[in-house]
Design a protein around this ligand. Structure first.
Ligand code: ADP
Ligand code: MG
Length: 240
């Protein structure tokens, strides 16, 4: 589903991603972990070309996004993204948040878009909030709406950038539960997270970034219980 080949990203002469190569298969859930500033967000943003790679190749669903001939807007429609700070449309109801892009971009009828939206709201446990405005929701509810909104575009893959980091602790679980359901439904997911429980339990693979280098990748159990590198071991020691 995703192929990253020799990805390098520089901001000026600050190299924040160095020659990263990896693959994410269809249906796979990959957790990206690493210290603050290690390049995790930049890595995700390069996958959907929100950041333009300085070097290297990004292929999503057999389409090379780094090819200048690729229609990036079109290609991005198949990639859902969920951010730390939700980014809901504040002036639209929850229902309209979910139907806006499907109607505008996918040219779905209002009725079809609303039916799908209600279905997704049921999946994230927010059927009763269809007519509410984002400002009246808790952080956990906002993030579940943001996930449902991304799913309304029927993406082939979902990127999550610290989706629970801005939440009060009691709201983390409700969001992780929605993500777990999604993982079990077969969605391809790349998740930057500090929730090691989620990474261990749900991810098929963990990528560990440090200073822009993909230092280690592997199965969660072996990564957490027996990291192969000193850098991963010392990171885990600090957080676990
Ligand atoms: P992480 O998500 O792991 O905390 P980031 O990908 O946000 O790390 O940042 C990696 C490095 O890139 C940091 O040193 C950060 O300051 C730098 N950086 C990120 N975005 C920009 C930008 N738009 N312009 C300049 N530097 C940036
Ligand atoms: Mg980040």
């Amino acid at each position: 589903m995703i192929k990253v080949e020799h990805l390098t990203k520089k901001f000026g002469n600050n190299e924040v991603l160095s020659d990263i190569s990896t693959e994410i298969k269809k249906g796979e859930v990959v957790s990206i972990i690493g210290p603050s500033g290690s390049g995790k967000s930049t890595f995700l943003r390069c996958i959907n070309l929100l950041e333009k790679p300085t070097d290297g190749k990004i292929v999503v669903n057999n389409q090379e996004l780094t090819d200048p001939k690729t229609n990036i807007m079109k290609a991005r429609e198949q990639i859902g993204m969920v951010f730390q700070h939700f980014h809901l449309f504040p002036h639209l109801s929850v229902l309209d948040n979910l139907t806006y892009a499907p109607m505008k971009v996918r040219k779905e009828s209002k009725l079809a878009a609303q039916e799908k939206a209600m279905d997704l709201l049921a999946k994230v446990g927010l059927s009763d909030k269809a007519d509410a405005y984002p400002s009246s929701l808790s952080g956990g509810q906002k993030q579940r709406v943001a996930i449902a909104r991304a799913l309304a575009m029927e993406p082939e893959l979902m990127l999550f950038d610290e989706p629970t980091s801005a939440l009060d602790p009691e709201m983390v679980k409700e969001v992780l539960d929605v993500m777990k359901d999604l993982a079990h439904s077969g969605m391809t997911m790349a998740v930057v997270t500090h929730e090691m429980g989620f990474a261990r339990e749900v991810a098929d693979r963990v990528l560990f970034l440090d200073h822009g280098v993909l230092v280690e990748e592997g199965e969660p159990t072996s990564f957490f219980d027996a990291p192969k590198t000193e850098r991963a071991a010392s990171f885990l020691e600090k957080i676990l």
